[in-house]
Write a protein that binds this ligand. Structure first.
Ligand code: ASP
Length: 365
């Protein structure tokens, strides 16, 4: 029979390490990659690399590099919408399960693939996070060239945002998120006068971006057939942000968290709300206690909701999504709103074609 001390040590090691449900699981049969909705190609690339025996972190980074380098994705890397000064500033983080190490960069300018710089921080320094000018100099030391990351499309949206500041419908970050009330349809006559050379369709899109800055980001999580896990989150952050603003994506425990014993989690959407609930860590800890990924993402969403006193009128404006991949390959994603919001799906690849699966949600029908 266990004496009191043995019993205590047994429970303590369970509490600190592998959860009861996974204590005996050392492997998963099939590799799985999941990501935010914009990551179908990223998941396919990561899966291809896992199958050829690549490390899980190299696989997810190669996956998100596709999105970072895509000028048409205006929320990640090259082509991302800029800060209020018209400069693209990027945030990214990586976590490598087997070595239990992580790295991140925040508010880095001039580098199209910040996820690669985050990995360099992890591999070559005693630090976890580098920001701003220091992060750029570090990247340059490794041979990366500073490039102009703004595309014509993103610059048009930024100029239209500047124009929107002259109206009552303006979105600006010098007030609380709550105060940034919904704006109406574009005042097309005004915009056409201000930008005669730009077509109406582009102006309508730019107005939408100006007054309802989109959240984007890609979070990608993978487990290979040996049960090894890694994750990455990379973004251009909130459009029109104050220069130097850092979101949740590069914050280990918020935009990303991986524990090799349990699983990984990440987030997209309003980073400030995720930082307040440390979503990535919250989800992994919930899974450690035995919650399935679906319940774990709902748990994080409930904490976001609680910070608004569960007031649905205020929460109505918030876009936030969480993603969870357990070590045994079970996964889920959740968003605050189910019925009338765009981020209702996430990307999954478990060996075949990448596909979208529905998110669970806290509110809506
Ligand atoms: N979470 C990111 C941030 O707040 C933005 C996003 O997901 O688009 O920087």
């Amino acid at each position: 029979m266990m004496n009191r001390r043995e019993w205590f040590l047994g429970s303590a090691s369970l509490a600190a390490g592998a959860p009861a449900a996974f204590a005996n699981q050392s492997s998963t049969k099939k590799p799985v990659v999941i990501s935010s909705a914009n990551g179908l190609a990223a998941c396919a690339k990561a899966m291809e690399m896992l199958r050829s025996g690549a490390d899980t972190l190299d696989a997810v980074i190669a996956g998100v590099n596709i999105v970072e380098l895509d000028p048409n994705d205006t929320s990640v890397g090259y082509g991302g919408l800029p800060n209020e000064e018209g400069v693209v500033e990027l945030d990214a983080s990586v976590m490598h399960g087997p070595s239990r190490r992580c790295g991140s960069v925040a508010a880095i300018q001039g580098i199209k693939t910040p996820s690669k710089i985050a990995k360099l921080v992890m591999e070559h320094t005693s630090h976890v996070m580098l920001v701003g000018e220091g992060a750029l100099k570090f990247a340059e030391a490794y041979g990366y060239k500073r490039e102009d990351l703004i595309t014509e499309k993103a610059r048009t949206a930024w100029l239209v945002w500047k124009e929107s500041l002259k109206t009552e419908q303006a979105f600006n970050n010098w007030r609380s998120m709550d105060e940034n009330l919904a704006a109406d349809a574009a005042p097309m006559n005004r915009l056409k006068r201000a930008f005669p050379e730009i077509n109406e369709e582009t102006l309508a899109w730019a107005w939408q971006m100006a007054t309802h800055p989109p959240y984007g980001t890609i979070n990608c999580l993978a487990v290979n057939e040996k049960g090894e896990m890694s994750g990455v989150t990379t973004t251009s952050g909130l459009a029109w942000k104050i220069a130097g603003r850092v979101g949740d994506s590069p914050i280990i425990g918020a935009g990303l968290y991986v524990d090799q014993d349990v699983g990984g989690a990440g987030s997209t959407g309003v980073g400030e709300e995720n930082i307040r609930v440390a979503g990535g860590h919250t989800i992994v800890e919930a899974m450690r206690r035995g919650m399935p990924p679906r319940d774990a993402v709902l748990e994080a969403l409930k904490r976001v909701s609680r910070n608004y006193n569960d007031n649905k009128t205020r929460l109505d404006k918030l876009d936030i999504e969480f993603y969870a991949l357990r070590k045994d390959g079970e996964h889920a994603a959740g968003s605050l709103w189910g019925s009338h919001r765009s981020y209702k799906v996430y990307s999954v690849n478990d060996g075949g074609e990448s596909r979208h699966e529905p998110c669970v949600f806290l509110y809506g029908s």
